[in-house]
Design a protein around this ligand. Structure first.
Ligand code: F6P
Length: 350
C-alpha cells in the first residue's frame, strides 16, 4: 500500500510597516485556522529583518490565544524594508527557512519591498494601514480603531474648548490621505475638517470661524490631518526616516494653525497631536471582524494553493485580488465622496 505523506506545510507569517490595530487578530485567526489544516506557522520577527536574520518563532494556537484583543503585533514590525540590492540573499534565506509559502501583512512599502525580492516565491498579501489609503481594497483594518481614537478625543475636547472659549485643533495621522481626519471628524461632528486632498484658503477658514463666533459659539473643534495644508502651500514636514519607503514624517500643522488662528482672530486656541495613540488602541469590534474574516480567507487560500494574491474587502465581502492591486497609487478622498457631502450638509467646513 502506498504511504500517505503526513508532511505538514511550513507557512511563514510576517508583519511589516507601521503597526495597525488588528494585526494580532490576523495572526490569531491565521494560526488557529492553519493549525486546523495541519500547517505549521513560522512567525517572522520584525518584518524583513526576520528573514535576513533568520529570526523566527513557531506560532501555535496556544501562543496566539487572545492576541486578537491587543494592539501592536506580537511578531514585531519595522517600517524599513532594506531589501534593495539584497534580492539573492532574501531568496537564499527563504530557502533556508524551508517555507512552503509566506503570508505578509503590510502596506504599500512592504509589498513594494516584497515585489523586489520575491520573484517566484509563493506569497499571500494582507493589506494593512490605519490610513485606509491602500489601493485594491475598500477598507483596511486599523482604520476604524484610529477613527474611534480621533472621535473620542474630539468629543472630549469639546468640554474644555467650550469652558474656556477656545478653538482646539486636533491633529490626526494621514500624510497624503485624509481618511482618518474625515472619518473621526465626522463621527465627532467636528466644526472643521481639514484633509490633504482639499487645500483650503486662509480667508475662507477665517470667515467660517468668525461667523461661528458671531453665532454665539464659545468653543470650536477642528480635526486636521497631519498632511493638510493651506492652498498653494506645502504640508509641514517634521523630519525624515532614512530607509523608510516613505521617508517624510509630517508634523507641526496643528500647532502652526492654532497659533495663526489665535493671532488672526484674537480667539484663544490650543492644539493636541494624537500621534501614535491612533495605532496603539485595542481594535474595535469592526476591525476584529475584518481581521477574523481575512485570516480565515488566507487559510483557505493556503489550502487551495492559491498563491500570489491578496485578500481584500470589496462590496461588503472579504475576497481575493491580484497582489499587484495593492501596489497602485494611494486611494485618496475624492471630492464627491459621500462623506464629504455629509460634512457639507452639516455645514462643517471641509
Ligand atoms: O502609515 C501609517 C502612519 O501611521 C502615518 O499615518 C504616519 O504619518 C506614519 O505612519 C508614522 O510613522 P512612524 O511609525 O515612522 O512614526
Amino acid at each position: 500500500m502506498a504511504s500517505v505523506s503526513t508532511k505538514r506545510k511550513r507557512i511563514g507569517l510576517m508583519t511589516g510597516g507601521g503597526d495597525a490595530p488588528g494585526l494580532n487578530g490576523i495572526i490569531e485567526s491565521v494560526v488557529r485556522s492553519l493549525d486546523e489544516q495541519g500547517c505549521d506557522v513560522i512567525g517572522i520577527r520584525d518584518g524583513f529583518d526576520g528573514i535576513y536574520n533568520i529570526d523566527t518563532v513557531h506560532l501555535t494556537p496556544q501562543i496566539v490565544l487572545g492576541a486578537h484583543a491587543r494592539a501592536g503585533t506580537l511578531l514585531g514590525t519595522s517600517n524599513k524594508t532594506r531589501t534593495r540590492g539584497r534580492e539573492k540573499e532574501f531568496q537564499e534565506k527563504f530557502r533556508t527557512l524551508k517555507l512552503d509559502g509566506m503570508i505578509a501583512a503590510g502596506g504599500d512599502g512592504t509589498f513594494e519591498g516584497l515585489s523586489r525580492v520575491s520573484d517566484g516565491l509563493p506569497l499571500i498579501g494582507v493589506p494593512k494601514t490605519i490610513d485606509n489609503d491602500l489601493a485594491g481594497t475598500e477598507v483596511t483594518f486599523g482604520y476604524d480603531t484610529a477613527c474611534a481614537v480621533v472621535a473620542e478625543a474630539a468629543d472630549a475636547l469639546r468640554a474644555t474648548a467650550e469652558a474656556h472659549k477656545r478653538v482646539i485643533v486636533v491633529e490626526a495621522m494621514g500624510r497624503t490621505a485624509g481618511w482618518i481626519a474625515l472619518g473621526g471628524g465626522l463621527a465627532a461632528y467636528a466644526d472643521v475638517i481639514l484633509i490633504p486632498e482639499r487645500p483650503f484658503s486662509r480667508e475662507r477658514l477665517l470667515k467660517h470661524l468668525a461667523d461661528q463666533r458671531d453665532l454665539g459659539r464659545r468653543g470650536l473643534i477642528i480635526v486636521a490631518a497631519e498632511g493638510a495644508a493651506f492652498e498653494g502651500e506645502s504640508a509641514s514636514i517634521a523630519f525624515r526616516v532614512e530607509g523608510s519607503p516613505q521617508a517624510e514624517r509630517f508634523g507641526g500643522f496643528a500647532e502652526m494653525l492654532s497659533r495663526w488662528i489665535e493671532k488672526e482672530l484674537d480667539w484663544e486656541s490650543r492644539h493636541v497631536v494624537l500621534g501614535h495613540l491612533q495605532r496603539s488602541r485595542a481594535p474595535t469590534t469592526t476591525d476584529r471582524f475584518l481581521t477574523l474574516g481575512m485570516g480565515m480567507e488566507v487559510a483557505q487560500m493556503v489550502a487551495e494553493n492559491d498563491w500570489n494574491k491578496a485578500v481584500v474587502f470589496r462590496k461588503g465581502q472579504v475576497t481575493r485580488a491580484p497582489l499587484s492591486d495593492l501596489m497602485q497609487p494611494p486611494r485618496l478622498v475624492a471630492g464627491d465622496h459621500r462623506w464629504v457631502k455629509w460634512a457639507q450638509g452639516l455645514k462643517i467646513f471641509i
